[in-house]
Design a protein around this ligand. Structure first.
Ligand code: MF3
Ligand code: CO
Length: 261
């Protein structure tokens, strides 16, 4: 059963998601040669605190491990869940996937994008463009009356038409009072399958796309997921609200309605 948010839940989702987007956006101008992924972590942690929010990643439990940072920062062949490090210095030609999940007032906003450390090769620029457009197509398919598989199919068809690998080991997901709620939203699948989309659902839609094959593996740190063939990987993610008026992207900075007087 996919949770449906009531009015109050939607207001709180808007606030949490706007803050998640504000944090993510604040990191973009810091991405340049010579800084470390730990510099980005420290800036993210400070911005989350400034907004009165909490990182949903810090201490997140997976098996017996707890995630040790406030941000996920994945460079080049790292797909997701890269752990920030003092040792990882960014260089021209790198791509940096920033993934920010925050909790505010009991609700969670989840968003990510991949930033190039310019200049990057035309091939890698195209990977970023295709992944960003795949997200847009997935969002456009999150229509009331459609099924979850319609989102999955739209993403897969577009990405594979460009010859890239759609990661299958990690999936998008419902998000709300928990980081991961039903449904799972794979980035591959069949049209007209899965649960029916109804108004008031909140989805984290997040294509992860490899320049090479779709296979991944996890490093011995227990978190960092990398492409199995070492090819660069991109990740774009928004939290989206479904409604009769069409999908609404919630992870936009400042997307908070004025409080009623
Ligand atoms: N957006 C990631 C996810 O949905 C964030 C996970 S936080 C971590 O899985 F702690 F697992 F890294
Ligand atoms: Co997510």
């Amino acid at each position: 059963m996919i949770p449906v948010k009531d009015k109050e839940g939607i207001v709180r989702m808007r606030e949490a998601c706007a803050k998640a987007a504000t944090v993510l956006e604040s990191l973009k101008p810091l991405v340049r040669p010579g800084i470390t992924t730990m510099d980005l972590e420290e800036a993210g942690r400070a911005e989350i605190a400034r907004l009165g929010a909490r990182s949903a990643c810090y201490g997140y439990q997976h098996g017996s491990r707890r995630y040790p940072a406030h941000t996920c920062i994945s460079v080049n062949e790292e797909v997701v869940h890269g752990i920030p490090s003092f040792k990882r210095i960014l260089r021209e030609g790198d791509i940096v996937s920033l993934d920010i999940v925050i909790e505010y007032n009991g609700y969670i906003g989840d968003n990510a994008f991949t930033v190039p450390v310019l200049p990057v090769s035309p091939k890698v620029q195209n990977l970023l463009r295709v992944t960003r457009e795949a997200l847009a197509l997935g969002i456009s398919s999150a229509l009331v009356g459609n099924r979850v598989g319609d989102i999955s199919h739209a993403i897969q068809a577009f990405v594979e038409a460009h010859g890239y690998g759609v990661v299958r080991d990690m999936v998008g997901h419902g998000v709300g009072v928990s980081m991961h709620e039903p449904p799972e939203i794979p980035n591959f699948g069949k049209r007209s399958t899965g649960e029916r989309i109804r108004p008031g659902m909140t989805f984290a839609i997040e294509p992860m796309v490899n320049l090479g094959g779709y296979a991944t593996r996890t490093l011995s740190d227990g978190w960092t997921v990398v492409s199995a063939d070492g090819s660069p990987s991109a990740h774009f993610e928004h939290t989206v609200l479904t409604s009769e008026k069409g999908p609404e992207i919630l992870t936009i900075p400042g997307n908070v309605p004025a409080k009623a007087a």
